[in-house]
Design a protein around this ligand. Structure first.
Ligand SMILES: Nc1ncnc2c1ncn2[C@@H]1O[C@H](COP(=O)(O)OP(=O)(O)OP(=O)(O)O)[C@@H](O)[C@H]1O
Length: 379
């Protein structure tokens, strides 16, 4: 297991192009499972490939296990195969002319490990990914999920100090992806190898990681535990990325250690949001709300963030109903499980034109610096 240190990492693919990664600082602790998350083109793969040694940084420094592996200012570059890392890619990158066992044995052969020791370790690695029975099959005679397991066994077999994953599940179908996600989590619990994982899938990141780094245009937007990223986004970009789907403009009318009170624009409605010490009274903000976090039910004026809204649209999606509500000048979408509808409205589901009520738990809101802070408030 290794500690990884990334200091002021910069990667420019050409002198004139904007940097793919810029001034990136990151410390990855021993045994962590850290995910680089973000939309296409934000620099996740470039960062990972710089750690792997497959790309050469144009600035900064990368160290693995206390050893500097890249430092362009001092012309240091250690080749990927000398970094003691295991890699799993989106394309399984198996040798098609080799059996499963030979594919897995390959890194050991490169390290000149003796044949008996090699056979033992291959058996162990295949056991770990549940493929012991397939060892003599040709690698290409396996399903996509099985091939990815072979790739994982190959990454694990040499017990590297660091594992790197580049979107390893994105070629698999949804069901298999879910199974593999659980297996990866189990594997990490068992072997505890420091891991860096790249994905653009927030669910994958939240379910696998001990820490998530959200990247935007080659720079870090937020670093935190899955819970912090999911429930306490610091910016619009992060909130949007992790599934907040309503953004309501307002003005801070109170902020203390208990919470931030926001008066929603064009209404008398105040929403209490979790505390945030970088906002002040009078500041324009946006309140981010997940449609699935709104609780509909009978009027509950005594509850925090109780509201009433006019239904302007209803969509049925099988498992869920989506209601579009008008709250003053704001349109807010609310989703509710179909199975819940009869519990909440025993006399029948509400329709367009009805007014319904509910409440939003303060913990499920995020008060964010306004995206359009310079736009004057509408009269
Ligand atoms: N070999 C390359 N040559 C030139 N530009 C590149 C190269 N590889 C990546 N880039 C550019 O660097 C930026 C970051 O790309 P990168 O692949 O790291 O992003 P990403 O977040 O991994 O995206 P994706 O999820 O689509 O793989 C992008 O603008 C991309 O076009």
């Amino acid at each position: 297991m290794a500690h990884v240190s990334i200091e002021s990492l910069e990667k420019k693919y050409s002198p004139k192009a904007p940097a793919a990664v810029e001034s990136l600082d990151l410390e990855i602790k021993e045994g962590e499972f850290l995910t680089l998350l973000g939309p296409s083109g934000c620099g996740k793969t470039t960062t990972l490939r710089c750690v792997a040694g497959l790309e050469r940084p144009t600035g900064g420094r990368v160290s693995i296990g206390g050893k500097v592996v890249d430092d362009p200012a001092h012309r240091t570059h250690i080749a990927p195969d000398k970094r003691d890392i295991g890699m799993v890619f989106q394309s399984y990158a198996l040798w098609p002319h080799m059996s499963v066992a030979s594919n897995v044995a390959y890194p050991l052969k490169m390290r000149k490990i003796g044949i008996d020791e090699r056979a033992r370790r291959v058996r162990e690695a295949l056991d770990m990914v549940g493929l012991s029975e397939y060892s003599s099959r040709m690698a290409t005679d396996l399903s996509g999920g099985q091939q990815q397991r072979v790739a994982l066994a190959r990454a694990l077999v040499a017990t590297p100090q660091l594992l790197l994953f580049d979107e390893p599940l994105s070629n698999l179908d949804a069901r298999l992806r879910q199974d593999m996600r659980s297996e990866l989590r189990e594997m990490h619990k068992r072997v505890g190898t420091t891991s860096i994982y790249v994905t653009h899938d927030q669910e994958e990141a939240v379910s696998l990681s001990t820490r998530i780094v959200l990247l935007n245009k080659g720079a870090i937007e937020q670093v935190g535990s899955p819970r912090e990223i999911y429930w306490h986004p610091v910016s619009h970009f992060v909130a949007d990325f992790v599934g907040y789907d309503n953004f309501i403009e307002g003005t801070v009318v109170g902020a203390d250690q208990y919470g931030v009170k926001v008066l929603l624009e064009g209404t008398e409605m105040r929403l209490v949001c979790p505390p945030r010490n970088d906002v002040h009274e009078g500041q324009r903000v946006d309140v981010a709300v997940r449609s699935s976090s709104v609780i509909l039910g009978p009027p509950a004026a005594d509850k925090p963030n109780a509201f009433e809204g006019l239904i302007t649209d209803v969509m049925y999606l099988g498992d869920d109903f989506i209601y579009e509500l008008q709250l003053g000048p704001h349109k807010v979408t609310v989703s509710i499980r179909t199975a819940e509808v009869a519990n909440i409205w025993p006399t029948g589901a509400p329709k367009v034109g009805d007014t319904i009520s509910g409440a939003i738990s303060p913990d499920s809101l995020a008060c964010l610096p306004a995206l359009h802070a310079n736009v004057p408030a509408m009269a």
